[in-house]
Design a binder for this molecule. Structure first.
Ligand code: PEP
Ligand code: MG
Length: 583
């Protein structure tokens, strides 16, 4: 099967099918000696739900709601059905899955069987089964929380000795992707999504092989199938032959060797052959990522996507204090290196709750990418924006902080941003809270912003080019939509013109400019961006070493002379290869 390659490398493992709505179910291995206790937990949850259903049944007068009573009977029957109970136990005993995971794994198996039924009535019972399982899962979550257990997501080392696992889902929301940081999965495949959808971006940040937009994958792959994910080519192989498997295992080993080689560049300064210093910065999503940024040898954080602090919170957003602590932690961890905090970029494919872009489109918003997102959302929530600005300013007392505003396009917005920032500073001063000077930057991700650079630059200290959105809005291609993913082209001459002009304007006015979209971490663009005059790249920590390798081998003098030819070419990608030696 083919999809879009979004995160490099090869993963080999058994398929774990998870419904999109249940990606957040805890997935971890239990100690084999705990199987009995885990089955006990399952039994207690089942008894609790049975009592709930019986109580519900007693509450409805049978004469008035015969249908509802019959339905509750069906649910009770399913709850006690042996195919569900026994098989769930087996997942726990034989595979050492935790109870929630075992239950949802079995649900996937049964759901397939329902889908294949001829009889309409029986086929529709799938929804009932899902409701019953949902109730049991909720009961288990309640009891885990009640026992003070909170979120139990053990780290990867807990599954030594088990087969590696690959997650297969129709879609994964960006917020759910964050769980992968500590999950048991070594790769994932989704049916939907584009190359720079936020789900793909988080995967790249985690440096785990992934294929998105594989269309039918979650329908065709079966629970437990062996899978090979080729994250370089966007290929998914189901139950590979031994020869194919051996080939991919070889490639896995090669990639490990290459990684070890690149690791040695970590402490080397990033300077071109002709002595140009190039800053390689890190993109991060959560404060814990700061460690990876440092370990990768990044010279600062070029993009802290603060919106990830706002996700999965059941409606309660982080207040000023909580945000301040998160920002301060990153600033302190970076020990004096600059930290660029982007104000929340909520909306489009990053909703506050767990809706994915696809669900949003179908549920209520026609065109979330063109709607109330990023700075538009912040300006529509002035209290929240003020809290965030104060939290960031307060963190500036601990190191070097810069504020970055996403999706700026209008002068009226710039004035509002300036006023909000002045007001936040005045409030802190009145309250005696310390802060230092922070540079204010704009993301260039709407063509309008790129085309008004000279006037825009009068109001900002620096700019950062968000190529992911700049491509989406220049080419009118939804970055999260796999149906048009083939047209999402970072090499499009119009995109390159906008990037090139933005860099040239900023350099001419002596203002800082960097690229923080995925283009910055793609080695195919390093020479071209250097030729355009870019000296600051921000990317996933895992990409820093391979970009540094390109920088060390580049000579900007010879690259510059080829720039105009590449920009004027019908196929800039081809021209870049022949004229700049880029691969
Ligand atoms: C971009 O648009 O390129 C960018 C860096 O921001 P995000 O991917 O978070 O939208
Ligand atoms: Mg963006």
């Amino acid at each position: 099967m083919f999809g879009l390659p979004v995160s490099r490398g090869v993963a080999i493992g058994r398929a774990v099918l998870v419904a999109s709505s249940r990606v957040d179910v805890a997935h971890y291995f239990i100690d084999p000696g705990q199987a009995e206790a885990e089955i006990g937990r399952l039994r207690r949850a089942r008894d609790e739900v049975a009592a709930e259903l019986v109580a519900l049944k007693e509450d409805v007068p049978e004469e008035a709601h015969a249908e509802l009573v019959a339905l509750l009977d069906v649910h009770l029957m399913m709850l006690h059905d042996e195919t569900l109970a026994e098989a769930t136990k087996q997942w726990i005993e034989e595979r050492h899955y935790n109870a929630e995971w075992a239950m949802s794994a079995q649900l996937e198996v049964l759901a397939r069987q329902f889908d294949e039924m001829e009889d309409d009535y029986l086929r529709e019972r799938k929804a009932d089964l899902e409701q019953v399982v949902e109730r049991v899962l909720k009961a288990m979550t309640r009891s885990a929380r009640g026992a003070g257990g909170g979120e139990v997501v053990p780290s990867a080392r807990d599954f030594a000795g088990e087969d590696p696992l690959v997650l297969v889902a129709n879609d994964i929301a960006p917020a759910d992707m964050l769980q992968f940081k500590r999950s048991v999965f070594t790769g994932f495949v989704t049916d939907v999504g584009g190359r720079t959808s936020h789900t793909a971006i988080v995967a790249r940040g985690l440096d785990i092989p992934a294929v998105v937009g594989a269309r039918e994958a979650s329908r065709l792959v079966r629970q437990d199938d062996w899978l090979v994910i080729d994250g370089d080519e966007g290929v998914l192989i189901v139950n590979p032959s031994p020869i194919v498997l051996e080939e991919y295992r070889f490639r896995q080993r090669q990639a490990e060797l290459e990684r070890a080689r690149l690791d040695r560049l970590r402490n080397k300064p990033s300077v071109t052959l002709d002595g140009q210093r190039v800053d390689l910065l890190a993109n991060i999503e959560l404060p814990v990522d700061a460690a990876a940024a440092i370990a990768a040898g990044a010279v600062g954080v070029g993009l802290f996507r603060s919106e990830f602090l706002f996700m999965n919170r059941g409606g309660r957003l982080p207040d000023e204090e909580e945000q301040f602590e998160a920002y301060r932690d990153v600033v302190t961890a970076l020990g004096g290196l600059p930290v660029t905090i982007r104000t929340v970029d909520i909306g489009a494919d990053k909703p506050l709750d767990r809706l994915t872009a696809h669900e949003q489109r179908h549920e209520h918003m026609l065109n979330p990418a063109l709607g109330l997102r990023a700075i538009r959302w912040s300006l529509s929530e002035p209290d929240m924006f003020a809290e965030q600005l104060r939290a960031i300013l307060r963190a500036s007392a601990y190191g070097k902080v810069r504020i970055l505003i996403p999706m700026v396009a209008h002068h009226a917005e710039i004035l509002q941003i300036r006023q909000a920032l002045d007001a936040a500073k005045a409030q802190l001063t009145r309250g005696g809270q310390p802060f230092t000077d922070v540079d204010l930057g704009a993301m260039i991700e709407i063509p309008a912003a790129a085309l008004m650079m000279p006037s825009l630059l009068r109001h900002f200290d620096f700019v950062s080019i968000g190529t992911n959105d700049l491509i989406q809005y220049t080419l009118a291609i939804d970055r999260a939509d796999e149906a048009v993913a083939h047209l999402y082209d970072p090499w499009h001459p119009a995109v390159l013109q906008l990037v090139s002009q933005t860099i040239a304007h900023a350099n001419a006015m002596g203002k800082g400019v960097s690229v923080c979209g995925e283009m910055a971490g793609d080695p195919a663009f390093t020479e071209l961006l250097l030729a355009m005059g870019l000296r600051s790249f921000s990317m996933h920590p895992a990409q820093v070493a391979s970009i540094k390798q390109r920088v060390l081998r580049a000579d900007t003098r010879s690259l510059q002379s080829a720039l105009l030819r590449v920009l004027a070419a019908d196929s800039p990608q081809e021209a870049c290869r022949t004229q700049m030696g880029a691969r």
